[in-house]
Design a protein around this ligand. Structure first.
Ligand SMILES: *Cc1c(COP(=O)(O)O)cnc(C)c1O
Length: 430
């Protein structure tokens, strides 16, 4: 088998996500034969450092022996069971652990099977919470430049026009406040407050991505905004949804990003890293108070009748429990501190490049924003191609090159990742 043979078979039958398929005429995609640790291996004996954790999901490397073993054990016991009317030990244990890891006020766990679905759950649940109490709150507020997924509800609260614009006519009602990652914190808070006053009593929830708007060009902001937003949500009596699908599970340095602001969101959405990058799974955590607003006789019509076929999948829960085991036994959050610091030294040299506008870091997320190029230059694509040639998978967001490596990356591998990105940028200047 070679890359070429698999490419041809693939192109004949498969429609890839987030792609213009015609692009693949000039930019052949790469069939991956196997993966181990931070390396991906193709059919032509090339290897690539997975510097973006396979779309931000992988935490402890590919084919991690411990997670493999736990999934195998689960596989021989129970692969999946309907989650309405039935349950299983893995899901129970995972829910107990997640509740324990999060503050009081995040007391119950609702399972789904991907990030966008978790967002749908949080939006629908906050809306229905008010409806169950006789209030119709028809608006959601989110931030400019935000991303919450691709299903219509999640798309509606997002603000990346590339994905959203086409579907404008069919989206639910949402309003965007200014993003603290793009304007000053004061301006962002003022914009939010204005909306909360204007639509007082009509807002089901405010949804944010704490600290980093990942799909929004890795735009970053300070925890003080989150703290102030928590106060605004309380003052104007609306719910706060923290979408930690990308930033949860240690990415920003803390286990969860909201911790840095010392607040508790009303809904916490988690996915991506939750299974260590192995299997699709997502959860939404919320308070007993919210849970209780749906708890009554069935005939009252207040039940949350939302489900997905693979809700609470047993294999995914086993992967998630194994992932949490690793966090515990390897003191990952503590050990990552050193790695975060090392990475911050390594990215220093990018700052002096003339075509680098800004270098940002939050935990194990680094963004290098380039300047002086036009959209049609598609420099992101050039960097992508260059890096692949030198054995690193980078997937720039337009003119923003970013690193979001698995936590098990070694110092030497981090250095290679940085060197290749650095040389890729130099290659653009000539
Ligand atoms: C990836 C992502 C989602 C959507 O998750 P999917 O599993 O891709 O549907 C939602 N919110 C954020 C912040 C994300 O990064």
């Amino acid at each position: 088998m070679t890359n070429k043979i698999l490419r041809d078979r693939d192109l004949a039958k498969i429609w890839h996500p987030c792609s213009q398929m015609k692009d693949y005429e000039n930019l052949p995609f790469i069939p991956i034969k196997s993966a181990k640790g931070i390396y991906l291996y193709d059919y032509d004996d090339n290897s690539y450092i997975d510097a973006i954790s396979s779309w931000w999901v992988n935490l402890f490397g590919h084919s991690n022996e411990y997670i493999n073993q736990k999934i195998k054990e689960q596989l021989d016991t129970l692969e999946h069971v309907i989650f309405a009317g039935f349950t299983h030990e893995g899901a129970i244990r995972l829910a107990e652990r997640l509740v324990k890891l999060t503050p009081k006020g995040l007391d119950k766990v609702f399972f789904a099977d991907n990030g966008s679905s978790a967002i749908e759950v949080a939006l629908k649940m906050s809306f229905q919470y008010y409806k169950n109490r006789g209030e119709i709150r028809d608006i959601f507020i989110s931030l400019e430049n935000s991303y919450h997924g691709e299903t219509l509800g999640a798309l509606a609260v997002g603000d990346v026009s590339l994905y959203k614009k086409t579907f404008d006519e069919v989206l639910i009602k949402t309003i965007q406040a200014k993003s603290p990652a793009l304007v000053s914190e004061d301006e962002a808070l003022e914009s939010m407050q204005k909306l909360l006053i204007k639509y007082n009593g009509r807002v089901s929830a405010v949804i944010i991505e704490p600290l980093v708007q990942c799909a929004g060009m890795m735009a970053m902001y300070d925890q003080s905004y989150i703290k102030a937003l928590r106060q605004l949500c309380d003052k104007y009596n609306t719910y706060m949804i923290a979408d930690e699908i990308a930033v949860g599970f240690g990415r920003t340095g803390n286990m969860f990003a909201y911790e840095s602001a010392k607040i508790t969101p009303d809904f916490l959405c988690l996915s991506k890293g939750i299974t260590g990058g192995y299997l699709p799974l997502s959860v939404v955590l919320m308070s007993n108070e919210i849970y209780n607003a749906f708890y009554c006789d069935y005939s009252e019509g207040k039940s949350f009748l939302h489900s997905h076929s693979y809700t609470g999948n047993a294999l995914a829960c086993a992967a998630a429990n194994a992932t949490l085991d690793i966090f515990e036994k390897d003191s990952v959050i503590e050990k990552n501190k050193q790695k975060i610091k090392k990475l911050s030294y390594m990215i220093e040299k990018f700052k002096s490049l003339a075509n680098v506008k800004e270098v940002r870091q939050r935990g194990l997320i680094v963004a290098i924003e380039l300047q002086g190029y036009k959209e049609e230059d598609r420099i992101g694509l050039q960097v992508y191609k260059y890096a692949l040639k030198y054995g690193v998978l980078l997937r720039p967001l337009s003119n923003v090159i970013y690193f979001m490596p698995p936590f098990i990356i070694s110092d030497k591998q981090m250095q290679t990742m940085c060197d290749v990105a650095y040389n890729a940028i130099l290659s653009l200047r000539s």
